[in-house]
Design a protein around this ligand. Structure first.
Ligand code: GLN
Length: 475
């Protein structure tokens, strides 16, 4: 038995039955991480802490205690704070930053008995779609190392796909959980905005950022999601109401699946289209009714996202000034020198691009034309999704227009990568939950993901719909 390929459920069952210990599973995971070092999925591996946590978990289990993730090796994206463990955001700026506290979600993982094996590589400050913008080394795709892992949570998705963790946390501002999950053939859930606390997540665009799980199955995602969700007074946008508005669907009869035509443009590649249409047919054959619908404001979403996210990033990242956090450039004589040199030396090109874009759209004379208009477009996009979803359980569409592309192919044209976010960003703008699950492969054997989008706080609806698919479809 290859321990590192088990699902969380299989691992938990084996540990409960006494067939396997957490120490053994953690050892196997750490060995696998060493074997796969070349994939670049991790920035930091916490070998000692992980083995100690695994032994504690084994002891607790032997004493008859149980917890939802007791003894399960998991990874955490490197923009989520871990007490005493370096949290770099894959940036030179925070290369040596060791947080004095755990993020809310990390506390929750630890309370649930999870074993944190390390911190995963990503695009610097979560800005990117290929995990090629890490300041350290890029993440390679788990299926074809010449290709990108997707991003920005590329390390998390690659780790889960290659047996280097049973599940991993990612963050999703415009697709960063779903798109890498799709590119590596695993399952990723972006929760409803406000369902998971952002306390301890290094901010990119605060009105869009959400933390969520990447795992091998929808059920594994559910297990992690149920641990990390919940109200937290430490995040002013955290929701204190009912987070369980979804339904646990077991039969497709009478269910309604929405297909919004804008998500299937003429230019959509044959294999991706084919795979998603086949998955839709699966739901239809199972008894679901397929409903044609529309998101009329779809065309505005990409521009709206890049304006709002860059504006918020330019504000959030102004805190890295060489004074309060992270590194300071050497040889500075004045305070202006400290700001200028530190920011010039320690931010990568993509991060600088976003900050310049953000400052531009917020500057006087341009604010009304860009930021204000994007805010208005946001309202329209939200309304369109609400209307479409009022009539169905979920929308289905591709997660990304293509499968994983060759590393370096967007190097000359950074905006080309932005276009790949076209199906994921509308969901963040609307604040809705969405999940990516594998629904096929292209002719090179690269995974294709389909996206299920649901109503606010209806994660369970999406998870159970994905579960039905995983169990029923011959992929
Ligand atoms: N690819 C998108 C961007 O570059 C999304 C990133 C994210 O979700 N963190 O902004």
């Amino acid at each position: 038995m290859d321990v590192t390929k088990l699902t969380i459920k299989q691992l938990m069952d084996a540990m409960d039955a006494g067939e396997l210990s957490s120490a053994e599973a953690t050892r196997a995971t750490l060995d696998r991480i060493k074997e796969c070092e070349d994939l670049g999925a991790y920035v930091t591996v916490c070998e000692k802490e992980a083995m100690a946590a695994a032994e504690r978990a084994d002891k607790a289990r032997a004493e008859g205690r149980r917890a939802p993730l007791l003894g399960v090796p998991v990874a955490v994206k490197d923009n989520i704070c871990t007490e005493g463990v370096r949290t770099t955001c894959a940036s030179r700026f925070l290369e040596n930053y060791v947080p004095p506290y755990d993020a809310f979600v990390v506390k929750k993982l630890k309370e649930a008995g999870a074993v944190i094996v390390g911190k995963t590589n990503m695009d610097e400050f979560a800005m990117g779609s290929g995990s090629e913008y890490s300041a350290f080394y890029r993440v390679k795709n788990a299926i074809d190392p010449e290709r990108v892992a997707g991003g920005s949570s590329g390390g998390s998705a690659c780790a889960v796909a290659s047996g280097q963790a049973f599940a991993a946390l990612g963050s999703d501002t415009g697709g960063s959980i779903r798109q890498p999950a799709s590119f590596n053939g695993v399952t990723g859930l972006k929760p409803t905005y406000s369902a998971v606390s952002r306390n301890g997540l290094v901010a990119f665009a605060s009105s869009l950022d959400q933390i969520g799980p990447i795992a091998r199955t929808a059920d594994d995602c559910r297990r992690v999601y149920n641990v990390i969700k919940g109200h937290d007074a430490g995040d002013s946008t955290s929701y204190a109401g009912d987070l369980d508005m979804g339904e646990h669907i077991t039969s497709l009869k009478g269910r309604r699946i929405g297909i919004a035509r804008e998500f299937f443009p003429d230019a959509l590649g044959g294999k991706v289209r084919e795979a998603v249409e086949k998955a839709i047919k699966f739901y239809e054959d199972g008894g679901a009714e397929i409903v044609e619908t529309s998101i009329g404001s779809f065309d505005m979403a990409l521009a709206c996202y890049y304006i709002i996210s860059s504006a918020e990033a330019s504000s959030n990242l102004s805190r890295y000034d060489g004074v309060k956090y992270g590194r300071r450039a050497e040889g500075c004589k004045t305070i202006d020198d400290v700001y200028y040199k530190s920011r010039t030396q320690f931010f990568g090109a993509e991060v600088k691009r976003r900050m310049m874009l953000g400052n531009f759209v917020l500057s006087s004379g341009y604010y009304d034309a860009f930021y204000l208009r994007a805010s208005k477009a946001r309202t329209l996009i939200k309304r369109d999704f609400e209307a479409a979803l009022s009539d169905c359980d979920a929308l289905i569409c591709p997660t990304a227009p293509t499968t994983a592309y060759k590393s370096g192919s967007n190097a000359e044209d950074p905006a080309a990568a932005y276009l790949g976010d076209v199906f994921t960003v509308p969901v963040n703008i609307a604040g809705l939950p969405a999940l990516s699950v594998k629904c096929g492969e292209d002719s090179d054997g690269l995974p294709i993901g389909m996206q299920l989008i649901g109503r606010q706080y209806c994660e369970e609806t999406l998870l159970s719909l994905a579960e039905i698919y995983e169990k029923g479809a011959a992929k």
